[in-house]
Design a protein around this ligand. Structure first.
Ligand code: G6P
Ligand code: MG
Length: 217
């Protein structure tokens, strides 16, 4: 039976996607590089560096310049994060976390974001999550399975015990590579390879997930 839930953070627990968009857009404008809200959608789940490389579209820059751009982006992003509160939790998150606690299900967050700890803290849900990890704890970023396997290990569970919640194609791919069940949240064009696609966590209860993924248990 399923015993653990591993959440992606951005786009699953909180809507930082808009903050990421605003900060990448500002950086792109400052550098005279074309960027758009639509282009930002393709960055969901990618690391900061991979996002920048995608935005640069093959432009070659010295490593020192790349580092400066990454630091500037994060500085802008941090100033948004400073303003975050529980109001930035996506609908249904608080209720679902409480439901998981009551059902005795272990919880982890496995994010591509280096800011995962501060964001979880700001959202006020640190005490509801058993394990927090990001891709810097492991060798390979999503779509490699590493961060999900590491999160499961930290929970003391096997891949078969866990279900992942993801909003990004790279994350769904990573969960499948980890041989975990995966619920895709949002746009089926992004998460269509998941075992089940839902619009978001609003109204979702653990017994729904169990019934869908473990019929007969
Ligand atoms: C998440 C978001 C991405 C973001 C990445 C890195 O995966 O979906 O859009 O680029 O985290 O975040 P960071 O906080 O390290 O810049
Ligand atoms: Mg995400």
């Amino acid at each position: 039976p399923l015993r653990g839930v591993i959440f992606d953070m951005d786009g699953v627990l909180t809507d930082t996607i808009e903050f990421h968009y605003q900060t990448w857009q500002r950086l792109a404008d400052e550098e005279g590089i074309p960027f758009s809200r639509q282009a930002n959608e393709a960055l969901r789940g990618l690391s900061r560096r991979d996002s920048l490389l995608r935005i640069l579209q093959g432009r070659v820059l010295p490593e020192a310049t790349i580092q400066e751009l990454l630091e500037r982006k994060n500085r802008y992003f941090r100033s948004f994060i400073e303003t975050m509160t529980a109001d930035y939790l996506l609908p249904g998150v608080q209720v679902f976390l409480k439901d998981l606690r009551e059902a005795g299900i272990k919880t982890a967050v496995a994010s591509a974001s280096q800011n995962v700890y501060i964001v979880i803290e700001k959202l006020g849900i640190a005490s509801d999550i058993d394990v927090i990890t990001n891709v810097y704890d492991v060798d390979r970023p999503k779509p490699a399975p590493d961060v999900f396997l590491y999160a499961a290990q930290q929970l003391g569970l096997g891949p078969e015990d866990c279900v992942v919640f993801e909003d990004a194609e790279s994350g769904v791919e990573a969960a499948r590579a980890a041989q975990m069940r995966v619920i895709g949240l949002g746009d089926a064009a992004q998460v269509g390879a998941a075992d089940w696609v839902l619009p978001g966590l609003e109204g979702v209860r653990w017994h729904h997930i169990q019934a869908k993924l473990n019929p007969g248990v």
